[in-house]
Design a protein around this ligand. Structure first.
Ligand SMILES: Nc1nc2c(ncn2[C@@H]2O[C@H](COP(=O)(O)OP(=O)(O)O)[C@@H](O)[C@H]2O)c(=O)[nH]1
Ligand SMILES: [Mg+2]
Length: 217
């Protein structure tokens, strides 16, 4: 029993060390990077497709996709025009810095200016493992319900920007936007928020403006 806490600490500190190495690799190549997190089906891959197809001509983008199995998401990112690498976690419910560290050499970082990491669909575990990316982005979506900030505070507390996807469904699904936003504000005051629809394209320009403003000049 006594050694439980030290073991956890060792794993987390190993992750921190490799995350710092990842950050250094990305900074040496002047690559801006984001860690995209959300529950399964919130629209991570859809937003990546939209981002790549709209920014791809001016910005060279690589996508690293984390999934339990298959290369379906990396295939979609590649079809949209990104350099794509798939990580299969084989059951793990999140990416960690070591997995990213193993995937990074598969990309010529000097060729790209933006790296998007699509984490495994999960609203709990990914928040606990820093990857070394510059910003963490959470995608919420209307069909998930307006109570999610209250139920998954760790995820909402730790992110740098929030996308609220599927706003095209607002007329059909009960979703109290004020209640949702109040929950977010308690956990992460002033959080940059982008309501949008990957289906209709509404709100996508504001997201792309924010993203391009983060890129290395
Ligand atoms: N109505 C609607 N559906 C969407 C939107 N964005 C994504 N979807 C759908 O949601 C499902 C899951 O999307 P996907 O991008 O694969 O989610 P991921 O699991 O988070 O990567 C797919 O059927 C998408 O077509 C949106 O803005 N509006
Ligand atoms: Mg996906």
């Amino acid at each position: 029993m006594n050694n439980r806490i030290p073991v956890v600490e060792n794993i987390l500190s190993a992750n921190e060390r490799i995350a710092n190495q990842n950050r250094q690799l990305l900074e040496d190549a002047r690559v801006f990077s984001i860690n995209m997190m959300a529950s399964p089906g919130a629209g991570k891959t859809s937003l990546i497709e939209k981002t790549v197809s709209r920014l791809g001509t001016q910005t060279k983008i690589a996508v690293i996709d984390g999934d339990i199995a298959t290369s379906l998401d990396a295939d979609r990112a590649a079809a949209a025009g990104a350099i794509a690498v798939q990580i299969n976690t084989g059951g793990d419910c999140h990416l960690d810095a070591i997995m990213l560290h193993e995937a990074l050499p598969k990309i010529d970082l000097n060729e790209i200016s933006l790296l998007i990491v699509e984490n495994v669909g999960n609203l709990v575990c990914p928040a606990n493992f820093r990857l070394g990316t510059h910003k963490s982005i959470l995608i919420a979506s209307i069909p998930e319900g307006d109570d999610k900030p209250y139920k998954y505070p760790g995820m909402y507390r730790g992110v740098d920007a929030l996308v609220i996807n599927k706003i095209d469904l607002l007329p059909y699904i009960p979703f109290r936007m004020d209640y949702f936003r109040q929950g977010v504000e308690i956990l992460n005051p002033g959080l940059e928020t982008f309501p949008l629809s990957c289906q209709t394209g509404e709100g996508i320009p504001a997201w792309l403006d924010w993203l391009t403003a983060q890129l290395w000049k």
